[in-house]
Design a protein. Structure first.
Lengths: 180, 264
């Protein structure tokens, strides 16, 4: 089924098309939210919310962008709103995150490179992590990130630069191995 | 595109140093970190179907895990008790409650008007901005006990916020204010969790209020000056007191108009 056909059937409320749409996109949506939130329970809740909202609003989809981009924009919006709420609640329940804790391990303590990268991303401050995931992993432009996060393009670039620096520092031992 | 950060703390100094992309192996790795994450497709699909079925039957739902569901049921039970209590109070003692509310609200309306040079229509406009047209419509005409409870709660809140604003931020709130904030925080959370107050503007107002109340509680007895100043700063940044006052004032104006209409 092509995308225009799928959209047309979704707009008529076709249940089989809804399942097809879900199957095509759920993995990427879930992983996007998981990377941004670093919590499986939130990723589940917000993935569900993303699809429910998409089904509710599919009538408004005009095909100006790819269906996946439209869906990802919904996912990002739901995730960012959710993270703001979580941040407000967590701010008084736990000590503030210390960005200096990024990447305090060695190859001896954790030999799994992917695991180290995952931990390094998770250790980034929330705003920095969101910008990094959206730009370097999901391919959003700084303008799109600025729109989504409500920050200036320069701020987005600055946050990305910080994220990269922290990840480079965290993975420095592996970088030497890679070069060798 | 928004070129102006909405919050000062979100503004970050722009680096002038040239940025380098990550090494290709690092960038690839970043994209692969969630490859081995198990996506619970079927479970999420079932929940989506359940929620859509409930939505189509007119019930209000939010996504929740079984653990959240239990918490929400408890919160809903407490909220129901609160609402029933308020409703009983209004119906058993209508004249006393009305007189008291009118006095409180009238005083606040006067204060808001003189402090902010705000006319009644200006207050309505600001209130509309703070709560949104849909919520305001409900606030204006509804005798819904939850809305009534929220209005009465906001009246009490104005008094606390005014007290906090007028105290020396560096000294922090006293024990009396902290106890007061504790009381108001419980009700604020009940209102936040109430399904009939789900519109974004109302939620934002209540969440900002929740944050300030928590900061007031945190500020008591702490030695850190930043923590002591936090409530005042957040109130200033979120423009909280004028927003709450505007809602209260707008409600008072509408009640007064309704009363006049009834007399005429």
């Amino acid at each position: 089924m092509t995308e225009p056909e799928l959209v047309a059937r979704l707009q008529t409320g076709d249940t089989a098309a809804e399942r097809e749409f879900y199957d095509r996109h759920v993995d990427r949506v879930y992983r996007l939210i998981y990377r941004m939130s670093d919590r499986a329970d939130l990723a589940q809740d917000w993935t569900q919310d993303t699809f429910i909202r998409a089904f509710q609003r599919i009538g408004q989809f005009r095909g100006d962008s790819a269906l996946s981009s439209w869906l990802h924009a919904i996912a990002v919006s739901i995730t960012l709103n959710g993270l703001r709420t979580v941040k407000r609640r967590d701010a008084f329940a736990a000590p503030l995150e210390d960005a200096a804790l990024v990447g305090r391990w060695t190859t001896e303590s954790d030999p799994d490179l992917k695991s180290c990268m995952r931990s390094a991303i998770a250790s980034l401050p929330p705003g920095t992590r969101q910008v990094f995931v959206m730009h370097d992993v999901e391919g959003f432009s700084h303008e799109e990130i600025g729109d989504a996060l409500g920050v200036a393009v320069g701020t987005s670039k600055s946050q990305l630069s910080r994220a990269r620096e922290k990840l480079r520092a965290a993975l420095a031992p592996f970088a030497r191995q890679e070069l060798a | 595109m928004t070129d102006h950060p909405q919050h000062p703390e979100r503004a970050t100094p722009i680096t002038t140093e040239p940025d380098r992309p990550l090494a290709p192996w690092m960038a690839d790795l970043a994209r692969q970190v969630t490859d081995d994450v198990v996506v619970p497709n079927e479970m999420m699909w079932k929940r989506i179907q359940q929620q859509r079925a409930l939505l189509s039957s007119g019930a209000h739902v939010t996504s929740m895990s079984p653990r959240q569901g239990w918490t929400m049921r408890r919160v809903a039970a407490i909220a129901a008790v609160l609402v029933i209590g308020v409703a009983i109070g209004r119906f058993v003692l209508p004249s006393a409650a009305h007189t008291s509310a009118a006095l409180d609200v009238g005083t606040l309306a006067t204060n808001a008007s003189s402090n902010n040079s705000m006319t009644a229509s200006g207050a309505d406009a600001l209130s509309a901005d703070a709560l949104g047209p849909d919520a305001l419509e409900q606030t204006a005409s509804s005798s819904d006990p939850v809305r009534v409870a929220m209005q009465e709660h906001l009246v009490r809140t104005v008094a606390l916020l005014t007290t906090v604003r007028d105290r020396d931020p560096a000294a922090g709130p006293g024990l009396d204010v902290t106890d007061w904030a504790h009381d108001l925080l419980g009700t604020t959370r009940l209102l936040i969790d109430d399904p009939s107050l789900r519109d974004a503007h109302t939620r934002r107002l209540l969440q900002d209020l929740e944050l300030v109340l928590m900061q007031i509680i945190q500020a008591h007895g702490t030695g850190a000056s930043e923590t002591r100043k936090a409530p005042s700063e957040t109130m200033r940044e979120t423009n909280l007191l004028p927003r709450v006052r505007a809602v209260v004032t707008a409600s008072a104006n509408r009640e007064a108009r309704t009363d006049r209409g009834g007399l005429e």
